[in-house]
Design a protein around this ligand. Sequence first.
Ligand code: SAH
Length: 458
Amino acid sequence: MSVCTRVWGLDSVRILLSSSVAPRLFGKKSSVEGGWIFQLNRICSYSTSQEQAPRHSMLRHLTSKIKATGPISVAEYMREVLTNPVMGYYVKNDMLGADGDFITSPEISQIFGELMGIWCISEWMAAGKPKDLQLVEFGPGRGSLASDILRVFTQLGTVLAGAAISVHLVEVSPKLSQVQAQCLTGDQSQVSASEDEPAYRTGTTTTGLPISWYRRINDVPKGFSIFVAHEFFDALPVHKFQRTEKGWREVMVDIESDGVDKLRFVLLPSPSLASVALMQVDEKRQHVEVCPEGGIVIQQLANRIVEHGGAALIADYGHDGTKTDTLRGFQGHKLHDVLTDPGAADLTADVDFSYLRRIAGDMVACRGPVSQRDFLKNMGIDTRLQVLLRSCADAPARTQLIRGYEMLVNPQKMGERFQFLALLNHRRLATPEEGEGMTRRRGMAPLPVAGFSELGLK
Ligand code: SAH
């Protein structure tokens, strides 16, 4: 990276952080949740009407399956409940926001997505500004995060000048893909004519970029990519294991023994394939959750980053291999019993970042996990908040900005529970004597990875 580019990098961040435009509309609707009043303030329009999921048919579907083949693993239960192609919770619902079951950081504050947008640009610059830049998001929800990232791309258009940018969304839910398309393209998207197409929907963003939707990462075109995943890994199915006197046993989902179509957890009497394959010999905990699907996604990401360049930023609530029983349900912003009324509530398990790092192995360099508070502070959230407040005279909007900030960084709220992990190409961190791109970086240490160390913006 040349001196010039390095200065550009910080300048770009400063320009964005100090941009006086507060582009979101504020207003409309407020709701009280856990003592925290927030206002839905997305520019994107979306429907708040929820399709009633055929919940009883989900329970019927699960009980017939169990009657036919015996107890199912918790992972299979989660997969069916969340992503069954006909009646899965994610497939049928728009569950985010005040009227839904949970709210996420990009829905709370525009600053969250803006800072992630800066991160994407800074990693693209650190890679030597490759001509093609694919922004790939996993589980984009309502499209709010992508929308905020793309607004930053537009505001920093001079920095990105010459880059051929395209947007790629990996989304299992046709219902949410519609909401995302409305948010990101207006009505400039269409469903693919053939099931055989890798992308099931394509279009053009309101900022003029090509955008496509896929069911899985393997369908995303290969090329230099910045991957982002926010509250995606926690939605992937986990296996649960319990330590017993006879060794590790897998927790399964069965039907109540009294003949009522009600579900319960049981322990398998002997080891399962999963307990043999997934448990670590030196495990100390009594109860463990493992998410092999998360591991597969990490492997695919790492392969892509090694072969085609790029970086991944994964943000989620989680732990470093210390927590035990974290699977839970959420409905209407309240805890909901995991086995009651399946399909009516979100199911989620804390992400085990130590497992993700272990799977990534040496293929890529990992940074973090660091807490959301540290990441956002390192990215300059305080500066950005002050700039937005200076340009905002509307009292409710100012309150909203401050409450959003507080929610994101307060350690008692989302500041410590949420963690950020980056996967990077080893070349990105190579010293001048190592790896390719030597001439580009001769005489200079590699650029610091934004968010994982202070940018020194003050
Ligand atoms: N990232 C968004 C939404 C989080 S909710 C935000 O932070 O606001 C989880 C998202 O992941 C939803 O969009 C859901 O439909 C999607 N999702 C869940 N399981 C998935 C899977 N197996 N493959 C692709 N998308 C999935």
